[in-house]
Design a protein around this ligand. Structure first.
Ligand code: ADP
Length: 539
C-alpha cells in the first residue's frame, strides 16, 4: 500500500517535473539562440565600424571560435578564418542578413552565416546554433537532480502521509497484532476482514435458521419459553410466553414481570450465576417461573420458562377445601350417632326414647353411607382412569330406570312424572350416564313440592341431543345458581338438612359431563321450579 502510494506520487511528480523542465528549457533555448544571433549581428556591426584590424579578427576567432570572411567589392578575400568564399557572391544588401542556414539538425548543430555590406566590403560570420535536443541533453543533469530530489522528498512525504492515514484506524483496531498487519499489508488485512465478514454472515444465517426452528418447536408448547441474550434482549419467545406474561418481543429481561419477588430472583441469578425457581401469584394468574443463566465462557444469557400454575393452585385450594369439608360432613353424622349410641349404652336413654334414638342412628348412618358413596364416585371420576368402554345406550330406557327407582318417593309426594323422551340411542358410558340422569332426577324429586310435576323430554338438532329434566319444585335462588355444582355446596342449608343433602350430587353430575364432553345448563326460578339441560353431541 505504502509502495503503491509512493510509486504513484513519484510518477506524478516526476512527470510534472519533466513537463515543467521541457517548457522552461524551450524558453531558455529560444532566448539563448536569439541572444547568439544578436551577438553575431552586433559583432558584424562592430567589424564594419572603422578599419579592419587583423588583431580584432584574431581575437574574435580565439574568443568565440566563429569564422569571419571579409571581401572587397571585386570579390577579393581580405580576411578569411575558414568560410567558403563562394558562399557569399555578388552580395547587395546593406543590412545584416542571414546568408545561409543549414538544414535543421535536431540532434546536433544548425549552421548559420550572417553577412553585411559596408564601405564596399562584404563581412560574413559563420557560427553554429545548438539544436534543442542537444541543448536538452546538455542540461539533462538538472532534470536528474530535480527528480532525485523530488523522490527523496516524496519518500519522506509518503511516509508521514501513510502514518497519518493508518493511525486513523489505530483506535478502532484494538488488537495490536491486527494493527501491525494492517500497516504492513492493508490489502491482505482487507481480504481477511472480507473473509471474516462472510463467515459471520454465514453463521448469522445459520443462527437465524436455528432460532426459527426453535421458535417453531416451542410454538406448540404449553409452557412459555423465552431466551434472552447477554444484554437482556429477547432472542427467542414462543406464543405461550407472550400470552402468559402479556408481553412482546421488545420487552427486556429487567422489565419482564413487574414484581418484587421476580426482580429479587433475577438479581440473585445474576449475582450467583445460578438458576432460580419461583411461584408468583399475579392479579389474574398464578405462575411458576424457572429462571436459568446459560454460561458460555464469560457471556451469560438467560432462559426463562413460564408455567401457568393457576389450575393447579385452584385444584389444590379445592382439594384442601374438599378435605376439610369431607371431615366436617363425616364428623356431624358420626357425632350424632356416637351421642345417641352413648345414651343407649350408658342406660341413660329411657325405653321410649331407645326406638327414636335407634331411628336417628339409622338415618345418620345412611347419610354417612350416602356421603361415602358420593365421595367414592367423585374420587373415581377424579382419577380419570375409567377404562369402561362406550356402548349404545337408549336414553328413554335410562330415564325409565331412574323413574322406577324413585317411584315410591314420587308417589309419596304425589308428583306427576312425564317421560316424553323419544326412542334415541347414543354411544356413551352406560353407568356414568345413568348416574348423571339419576342424580338430576333424584334432585327433581327431592326439591319438589307435594303434588308437583316433573317433565323429561328430548330435543334433537344436527349438532346435539338435548335432554331436559324440568320440575315445578322449590327452585334455586339466583345467588345460589352459580355455586350448585361446587362440592358440598347446599343451597338452602336449613331445608336441605332434612332432605338428606350431601352437596355432592351435582358436583358428580358436572364431573361426568366434563368427562363425557357434555354441556350442562340450569335455568331456575325460586319458588317455581328448575330446568336442567344436558347437551349431548350428536354422533
Ligand atoms: P344435594 O342434593 O345432596 O344437596 P347437590 O349437589 O345435588 O347436593 O345439590 C346442590 C344443591 O342444589 C342442593 O342442596 C339444592 O339446594 C340445590 N338443588 C339441586 N337440584 C335442585 C332442584 N331440582 N331444585 C331446587 N334446588 C336444587
Amino acid at each position: 500500500m505504502k509502495k503503491i502510494i509512493e510509486k504513484n506520487i513519484n510518477i506524478i511528480t516526476s512527470s510534472l517535473i519533466i513537463v515543467i523542465f521541457i517548457i522552461l528549457s524551450l524558453f531558455s533555448y529560444q532566448r539563448q539562440t536569439k541572444a547568439q544571433d544578436e551577438f553575431v549581428e552586433n559583432s558584424l556591426s562592430f567589424f564594419t565600424f572603422g578599419e579592419i584590424d587583423e588583431n580584432k579578427v584574431e581575437n574574435f576567432k580565439k574568443s568565440y571560435k566563429y569564422d569571419l570572411l571579409v571581401k572587397d567589392e571585386k570579390e577579393k578575400v581580405i580576411y578569411n578564418t575558414g568560410i567558403d568564399k563562394n558562399i557569399i557572391k555578388n552580395y547587395e544588401f546593406e543590412d545584416i542578413d542571414i546568408v545561409k542556414k543549414s538544414k535543421k539538425n535536431y540532434l546536433g548543430y544548425e549552421r548559420k552565416i550572417f553577412a553585411k555590406k559596408s564601405h564596399d566590403k562584404i563581412f560574413a560570420i559563420e557560427f553554429y546554433n545548438t539544436s534543442f535536443l542537444l541543448y536538452l541533453f546538455k542540461i539533462i543533469y538538472m532534470l536528474i537532480f530535480a527528480i532525485i530530489f523530488a523522490l527523496i522528498i516524496n519518500k519522506f512525504f509518503t511516509n508521514s502521509l501513510y502514518e497519518k492515514l493508518i493511525n486513523q484506524f489505530k483506535e478502532k483496531i484494538n488488537d495490536k497484532k491486527d494493527f501491525e498487519y494492517l500497516k504492513d499489508n492493508p490489502k491482505k488485512y482487507l481480504d481477511k476482514l472480507i473473509n471474516e465478514k462472510r463467515k459471520i454472515e454465514d453463521e448469522n444465517l445459520k443462527l437465524k435458521t436455528r432460532i426459527a426452528n426453535i421458535e417453531k418447536i416451542t410454538s406448540n408448547m404449553e409452557e412459555g419459553f423465552i431466551y434472552f441474550d447477554k444484554d437482556g434482549n429477547i432472542v427467542i419467545i414462543n406464543d405461550a410466553a407472550k400470552n402468559l406474561l402479556n408481553i412482546n418481543r421488545e420487552n427486556k429481561l429487567d422489565n419482564l414481570i413487574d414484581n418484587d419477588d421476580f426482580k429479587l430472583a433475577l438479581r440473585q441469578t445474576r449475582l450467583l450465576k445460578k438458576g432460580k425457581n419461583l411461584d408468583l401469584d399475579l392479579d389474574e394468574i398464578s405462575l411458576k417461573i424457572f429462571l436459568d443463566p446459560v454460561i458460555d465462557e464469560e457471556i451469560v444469557s438467560y432462559i426463562v420458562i413460564v408455567i401457568d400454575n393457576s389450575k393447579n393452585k385452584k385444584a389444590e385450594a379445592m382439594r384442601r377445601e374438599f378435605s376439610s369439608n369431607v371431615s366436617h360432613e363425616l364428623k356431624s353424622p358420626l357425632t350424632s350417632i356416637n351421642g345417641y349410641a352413648e345414651l343407649i349404652a350408658t342406660g341413660l336413654a329411657k325405653d321410649d326414647d331407645i326406638k327414636k334414638f335407634g331411628q336417628i342412628i339409622n338415618e345418620e348412618g345412611n347419610r354417612l353411607l350416602n356421603i361415602i358413596d358420593d365421595i367414592l364416585k367423585l374420587s373415581k371420576l377424579d382419577e380419570e382412569n375409567l377404562q369402561e368402554g362406550k356402548t349404545i345406550v337408549n336414553i328413554k330406557n335410562v330415564v325409565d330406570e331412574s323413574i322406577n327407582r324413585f317411584k315410591r318417593i314420587s308417589e309419596m309426594k304425589n308428583i306427576k312424572v312425564e317421560n316424553k323422551v323419544c326412542d334415541i340411542n347414543i354411544k356413551t358410558h352406560e353407568s356414568l350416564f345413568t348416574d348423571l340422569v339419576t342424580n338430576i332426577y333424584e334432585n327433581a324429586i327431592k326439591y319438589n313440592k307435594t303434588n308437583g310435576q316433573i317433565t323429561i323430554k328430548c330435543e334433537k338438532n344436527k349438532k346435539n341431543i338435548k335432554l331436559i329434566i324440568e320440575d315445578r319444585g322449590i327452585g334455586i335462588k339466583k345467588e345460589d345458581l352459580p355455586r350448585i355444582f361446587e362440592r358440598f355446596y347446599v343451597a338452602d342449608k336449613q331445608r336441605t338438612r332434612t332432605l338428606k343433602s350431601t352437596g355432592l350430587g351435582l358436583s358428580i353430575v358436572k364431573h361426568i359431563c366434563d368427562y363425557l364432553n357434555y354441556d350442562i345448563k340450569v335455568e331456575s326460578k325460586y319458588g317455581y321450579g328448575s330446568k336442567f339441560i344436558i347437551s349431548i353431541p350428536a354422533l
